[in-house]
Design a protein around this ligand. Structure first.
Ligand SMILES: C[S@@+](CC[C@H](N)C(=O)[O-])C[C@H]1O[C@@H](n2cnc3c(N)ncnc32)[C@H](O)[C@@H]1O
Length: 241
């Protein structure tokens, strides 16, 4: 109820009707429900596909790690400016980096906050706790322009997919995010990229679906491709590794 009133959401003790999305709190863990598709989403760093990837995933050989520039010697402090479900952030934290996460949606920020608290004592989250894994609820462009924190080496951007991507190809979790947040406009993405390029010390990395256009702004220094994803890398300062 406090969460609803502090965000001007409607609180209901019965199942809401006439709404495409609603949130419930199950023993304080927030769950996001999509009414039409009867699909629900919660953030749990300790179970499921992400936990499996953390245990058995490809370590520093993963394309995302190469794009960020994580090596044995270089463990950059990363600002994940579009935190979403926190998955990429946790993968990067488990490779040794300190992570600062920014999320604009009050719903996702609350889900992330609770997920971090819930995972705190779990071995899969130990490295994140040790390195630092801090969450801010804010607009990331404002956050970077006002330098709310300092000393971030890398800014990681994973904006919402462009509208033309066929929804049938998007995973259910991302579909529910699209219902919640919508698609991000080219202008919003360009604003984020400009702020990130001013803020990061080493590089900015933008995750894009394969085949999508690069964001408006300077050309990336290089792009790395994995199966379905492309990482556009904007190098600001070369680091010897
Ligand atoms: C595709 S999701 C990110 C998924 C994330 N990489 C993960 O691994 O879970 C994009 C997220 O960026 C957030 N976002 C978009 N623009 C933002 C902004 N200006 N500031 C902060 N968050 C933003 C959206 O609310 C959404 O949650």
């Amino acid at each position: 109820m406090d969460f609803a009133s502090s965000n001007n959401f409607t609180f209901s003790e019965t199942l809401p009707v006439n709404t495409s999305l609603y949130m419930s709190f199950n023993e304080s863990q927030p769950v996001l429900h999509e009414t039409n598709n009867k699909y629900q989403l919660n953030i749990d760093f300790t179970r499921g596909g992400l936990a499996h990837r953390l245990q058995y995933g490809g370590g520093k050989g993963q394309t995302i790690a190469k794009a960020i520039g994580i090596t044995g010697k270089n463990k950059p402090h990363i600002l994940d400016a579009t935190a979403g479900l926190g998955r990429d952030a946790l993968i990067l934290a488990n490779l040794g980096s300190k992570l600062s996460l920014v999320e604009q949606s009050p719903i996702l920020a609350e889900m992330l906050k609770q997920a971090i608290q819930f995972a705190e004592d779990n071995p899969l989250f130990r490295q994140a706790t040790e390195n630092g894994f801090e969450l801010y609820h804010a607009d990331a462009a404002m956050f970077m322009n006002q330098r709310i924190i300092q000393d971030c080496d890398v800014v990681y951007l994973d904006p919402m997919y462009p509208e033309k991507k066929k929804t049938a190809l998007v995973k259910k979790d991302m579909q529910i995010l699209q219902t919640l947040i919508g698609h991000s406009s080219d202008d919003t993405n360009a604003t984020l990229l400009a702020a990130a390029l001013n803020f990061a010390k080493q590089r900015v990395v933008v995750k894009r679906p394969k085949g999508a256009e690069v964001l408006a702004g300077p050309e990336p220094t290089m792009s790395l491709q994995s199966k379905k994803t492309r990482y556009d890398v904007y190098v600001i300062k070369t680091i010897s590794t």
